[in-house]
Design a protein around this ligand. Structure first.
Ligand code: PLP
Length: 396
């Protein structure tokens, strides 16, 4: 598919001369996979997040999948999660035939509504079939088992409410998987995203804050989990196995050395990358204040550092989002509806019988939101241009 010519790109990676050099130098070595770069990249994450263990993988989705496996989540197990996310966070549960228990989101942040999460946990463990039924999908192909985990997502770079989520998981001995794939460097009450659960996962697709082309990283403080993640990413080879011994059914989820080299180089200036994105978000925040009909992204006071992944605005109810998106597209400004709710994706409707109206807050936000072009290398002129076109398209 030929790329359409836009006046401003939807997103752009920030690649420096040092980044290019780092990849180039790695190509001169004999280590293109399983070498020193992956280890150094993992070290950079231990240092940045303070986690005891970091395990590099070839995508955020692979990382999340391995967390599900390492946590022992299997067929029929229930996992509370959010329908307002990128599909991966639910798909990794389906890979293991676990059953996602969707809980609607907070209308301001779009993150899991913790009061409802608490209610869902209490209802599910009450063993009262009537209460349980309220939270389950209409149609389930497997026999349901116990509630095992909460998989929360730090949507758009803003951490979920971890004081509450941590209390819930510790009261009920559940596993907490934190999908921080959009939130590298974000802080909740001065603590870094990714570090609030038993596992935290980051992703490095080119539109993320730090990129390796494709790639991901899992952090944990649990050595046994880390050993399992390392075995499963490497075709099931446990510590001590030889190249052709496979203790477990594993995967090839390894991150290659070229990608890791790019990752190390990017992590050296991670704070600059995040600050550049903050500056662009600040421009948008200032300029959008003068435009009627749009709501700027909401950042709670608990988010002591926002890690801007995308810049998503909400439109007033009377504005037809899709008509506006189309006008902007024609005007040369790419925009994306964010997110199409997971429960309404065709395969989810087929599998679980969801209907519109099932998660009203998620659907309302999903219907009214668009992501504007965004990256750390956008200029103020580009932000001006987007705001000008947005303003024109809203008026005509
Ligand atoms: C980007 C992202 C992922 C992982 O994406 P990959 O493309 O597999 O690296 C997972 N969850 C969320 C919420 C994401 O935004």
């Amino acid at each position: 598919m030929a790329a359409k010519k836009y006046m401003v790109p939807m997103s752009s990676p920030d690649i420096s001369e040092d980044d290019r050099q780092a990849v180039f130098e790695t190509m001169q070595t004999r280590y293109l996979s399983i070498g020193p770069k992956i280890e150094a990249f993992e070290r950079s994450f231990r240092e940045f997040t303070g986690a005891a263990e970091a395990v590099g993988v070839n995508s955020g989705t692979s990382g999340l999948h391995l967390c599900v496996k390492a946590a022992g989540i299997s067929e029929g197990d229930l996992v509370i999660t959010t329908p307002f996310s990128f599909v991966s966070s639910t798909n990794v549960l389906l890979f293991e035939r676990a059953v996602p228990v969707f809980v609607d989101v907070d209308p301001m942040t779009g993150n899991l509504d913790v009061a409802q999460v608490k209610q869902a946990v209490e209802d599910i463990i009450s063993k009262d079939p009537g209460k349980l039924k309220k939270w389950l999908p209409k149609k389930i192909a497997v026999k349901t088992g116990p509630l095992k985990a909460i998989l929360s997502v730090d949507v758009f770079g803003q951490p979920a409410e971890y004081d509450q989520l941590q209390k819930i998981v510790s009261d009920h001995e559940l596993t907490l998987i934190e999908d921080s794939c959009e939130a590298l460097g974000a802080e909740y009450k001065h603590k870094k995203a990714g570090g609030f659960g038993d596992f935290g996962v980051f992703a490095f697709y080119p539109n993320k804050q730090v990129t390796t082309g494709e790639g991901g990283m899992v952090i944990t403080n649990n050595k046994e989990y880390a050993d399992m993640l390392r075995a499963l990413r490497n075709q099931g080879r446990a510590p001590g196995d030889t190249w052709l011994q496979h203790t477990y059914l594993g995967y090839n989820y390894r991150l290659d050395e070229l990608s890791a080299a790019l990752g190390i180089s990017q992590m050296k200036r991670v704070n600059k990358l995040l600050n550049d994105r903050q500056r662009v978000a600040d421009w948008y925040n200032a300029k959008l204040s003068q435009i009627n009909g749009v709501e700027k992204p909401f950042v709670t006071t608990d988010t002591t550092r926002m890690s801007w992944f995308v810049y998503v605005i909400r439109l007033d109810k009377q504005i037809d989002r899709d008509v506006l998106a189309n006008k902007l597209d024609i005007a040369g400004i790419p925009v994306r509806p964010y997110f199409l709710p997971i429960h309404l994706q065709p395969y989810m409707v087929d599998l679980f019988g969801y209907q519109s109206g099932d998660y009203p807050v998620t659907e309302d936000i999903g219907n009214r939101s668009i992501a504007l072009p965004f990256s750390g290398i956008m200029t103020e002129e580009q932000v001006d241009l987007v705001c000008e076109k947005l303003s024109e398209c809203l008026l005509n």
